[in-house]
Design a protein around this ligand. Sequence first.
Ligand SMILES: [Zn+2]
Ligand SMILES: [Zn+2]
Length: 459
Amino acid sequence: MEITFLGAAREVTGSCYLIRAGDAKILLDCGQIQGRRRDEARNLEVLSIPVSELDAVILSHAHIDHSGRIPLLVKQGYDGPIYTHHASQALCEIMLLDSGYLHEKDAEWENKRRSKLGRPLVTPLYTRDDAVRALPLFAGIAYGEEVEILPGVRMRLADAGHILGSAIVELWHDDGASTSKLVFSGDLGYKHAPVMRDPAKISTADLLLLESTYGDRLHRSFDETLRELGGIFEKARSAGGNILIPAFAVGRTQDLLYLLAQHYEEWGLSQWQVFLDSPMAIRATEVYSKFAALYDAPLFTRDGDVRSLPNLTCTLTTDESMAINQVKSGAIIIAGSGMCTGGRIHHHLTNNIERPETHLIFIGFQAYGTLGRRLVDGVDSVKLWGRDHVVRARIHTVGGLSAHADQEGLTDWYGQFDAAPQVCLVHGEERAQQGLSAALKKKYAVTPTIPDRGDTRKI
Ligand SMILES: [Zn+2]
Ligand SMILES: [Zn+2]
């Protein structure tokens, strides 16, 4: 087997690896690059080979930085199978269509600007229709099911414990003389995460591609995080305003709903009204409820309601969302986007950010350059819908709700292999990768490789 690192090499987003196994060519993940404009410009170049030569795609999980360029691949002519877990397939049906819609809107907005300046117009990276065309290519499989995807090439998915349907990928190539085995960790979950199970143990690999997002960090203990959240709810209650929580639609929102239900009495939540104000998050929660057998939390029922959170209102339509503007006190509003780069959270920020009784809680990673990051960094004012707003709200960053394993989680997971496999660190920024590399070296006397984009590795 030969692996070419096309994306998420010395960076976090754009997960994409080309695998040659004999004559077969397989793409492992086809994620979107998210971040600075010049990085995002690289989204157009998906493959290093003609798309017609690609035989199969394997997708580790539904997050856009792993799945987001599948519609582009289809737009470029790919019409082969896309193997992923059934639940990831169901999530992609929502997420890829939404992503296509957002690309159309982005291009529309950019073209308005360009036509004023007399500049040439742009086309969207892909459209909602391109995403629709990708959906029939998905072939859902279950955890533990071994599938021969091409002659001599077998694969199996194991629970990565990161989000619903997230998978560790095991891939074997038998060339007639010998068998080689590649394991891709995908994004690995945090061991004590509230909803998902712990990442599955894998026993053998000739080469491991290991994610390293938090490779240089140790998460705060989960109990401490719960106490911190409880404390914020108490303060917010006596302040008498609203609580805003920007949240990622898939994964973090469901974790949060679960925690709110679990600590309903303890956190005095009966005095609040909880709004889930994100169509994507509402639909994703419905998918979670359909796949309740995949996690331990009894929270999500088959018809999609969040059983133990009696005061939850899911606001799907714009009118329902706008009605929340009338609530000046006692509302917990969960809305996207997670880093405040767009979405309904902008309306709620507009209405609440100048009020000192508002509490704004960040529970996810805020990338450099986003509005969320600027708020976390303590700016005095922000521009929303073209108008400046003085920031008077109390801002909290709760760091312990990560959907990723920390350094200890990653090294422990590596430690459960029977014999320490060779390892390439992927999906991480430089500091995190150096940190994880040093930790693995110290604990297991292995020397990880940190591949660069375009590098190739043989096993
Ligand atoms: Zn992920
Ligand atoms: Zn990822």
